[in-house]
Design a protein around this ligand. Structure first.
Ligand SMILES: *[C@@H]1O[C@H](CO)[C@@H](O)[C@H](O)[C@H]1NC(C)=O
Ligand SMILES: *[C@@H]1O[C@H](CO)[C@@H](O)[C@H](O)[C@H]1NC(C)=O
Ligand SMILES: *[C@@H]1O[C@H](CO)[C@@H](O)[C@H](O)[C@H]1NC(C)=O
Length: 382
């Protein structure tokens, strides 16, 4: 009850703001990038430390959001993971040496020798992986091409040439997370500086609950893709782009305080919580520390709700649990190794939400996703 009252109050306030946006009658400048939800295996699950990744078996929906990018004068194509939990664009060179036994070139490489616009900045980049190892290379710039043939000139990226282990990454988080003391405009800010969008801001949504694809809309908000109004939250003071989570509500209607910060991280597959926060939730869900329970004890009509300041997001049990066979079900919430890690709301959460990140104003718009084919794109108003 407490939350439904707060909901009403905040949504009334937001609604009046929301109405202001379409009245501007100006088509917002946007860039619509689609991505594939790709299952990965243990040889190519790689994302840097900041973006989390677990090497659990494939059938546990171990996945990445992958998008195609086109770089260089001769328009080379690469497939990179889209990551709101880190901030560098990087990918392997054609001349990369992969770590032993690893196929680090499987999602495409960049041949810097054949692009006439490639410039080596000679600034080192060490891409850190979850397992503690590093890939190494140098920052460079080259032109990024859009589907219509126009370009974003001199986009900075890291070209990995040594100890490559994983495929590339398009990190679209805050500049403070860039893996170098020499901060630079990363992809969202470069788009803004080039006048392609008006705000370093983007909206993320999947096309349906268990979608094989999704879209990221830079510079705009699609008001047809969520239920009710978008609730505007402050970006939390956290190493990654995220918000404060107030509490969670169980199927029996009880609400339990959390008051934690959590990254809204497209580079994380699950919801990863530090043990002191996650263990009581796993207990309440009736699963063990590894997330397992018997499938016949799970009521698939139930949902788990996470409550934020003014909005609640429901995660249906059909998406929260995966069937592992032999009557074993596993929750897609797992415990981080220790309390010094962080809380990461990845695909398990994001596939249920519409999330609009504004990196300029440090605000996040959040609502329950509505899987509609309709579209109504407006400018960021917050
Ligand atoms: C973005 O592109 C996808 C197809 O790739 C399309 O389904 C979607 O409606 C587009 N969204 C906007 C806001 O243009
Ligand atoms: C990972 O790579 C090794 C060595 O190339 C290979 O033997 C193994 O089958 C691969 N595992 C998966 C899950 O693809
Ligand atoms: C970039 O410059 C560094 C430092 O000058 C050099 O060691 C490296 O080989 C260059 N990388 C490429 C791919 O040209």
């Amino acid at each position: 009850m407490k939350y439904s009252v707060i909901n009403l109050l905040v949504q009334t306030v937001v609604a009046s703001v929301a109405l202001a946006a379409p009245l501007e009658k100006r088509a917002p400048k946007t860039l619509n990038l689609s991505f594939d939800v790709v299952l990965t295996n243990n040889n190519d699950t790689g994302v840097p430390v900041q973006s989390r990744d677990e090497t659990i078996q494939i059938q546990y929906r171990d996945l990445q959001y992958k998008t195609q990018i086109t770089m260089g004068s001769n328009k080379q194509s690469l497939y990179v993971a889209l990551d709101t939990g880190s901030s560098n664009l990087w990918f392997p060179s054609t001349h990369v040496t992969c770590e032993n036994g690893v196929s680090c070139k499987s999602y495409g490489t960049f041949n810097e020798k054949t692009s006439t616009t490639y410039k080596n900045l000679s600034i080192p980049i060490y891409a850190n992986y979850v397992d503690g190892s590093n890939a190494f290379g140098y920052y460079a710039t080259d032109d990024y091409y859009f589907a219509d043939g126009t370009k974003l000139p001199n986009l900075q990226f890291g070209l990995i040439t040594q100890d490559g282990k994983y495929s590339g990454l398009l990190g679209i988080g805050l500049e403070k997370q860039e893996d170098t003391p020499q901060k630079y405009p990363n992809f969202p800010f470069a788009l803004k500086n080039a006048g392609i969008i008006d705000h370093a801001a983007y909206s993320l949504y999947l096309n349906k609950p268990d979608a094989q694809s999704g879209n990221i809309l830079f510079g705009g908000v699609d008001t047809a893709k969520y239920d009710g109004d978008l609730t505007i939250l402050d970006v939390a003071n956290y190493p990654w782009v995220g918000v404060q989570v107030q509490s969670y509500t169980l199927p029996d209607g009880t609400t339990h305080e959390l008051q934690i910060n959590a990254a809204l991280d497209s580079g994380t597959t699950y919801i990863g919580l530090i043990p002191s926060v996650g263990r009581p939730i796993l207990d309440a869900l009736g699963v063990d520390d590894s997330g397992y329970t018997y499938c016949d004890s799970v009521n698939f009509d139930d949902h788990l709700t996470f409550n934020f300041d003014g909005v609640s997001i429901k995660i249906p049990y059909t998406l929260l649990f995966t069937d592992q066979g032999y009557n074993m079900c596993r929750s897609r919430i797992f415990l981080e190794d220790n309390d010094n890690s962080g809380n990461f709301f990845g695909d398990t959460f994001l596939q249920n939400a519409y999330v609009a990140y504004n990196l300029d104003t440090l605000k996040i718009g959040l609502a329950q996703a509505n899987y509609a084919t309709a579209s109504n794109v407006v400018d960021f108003w917050f």
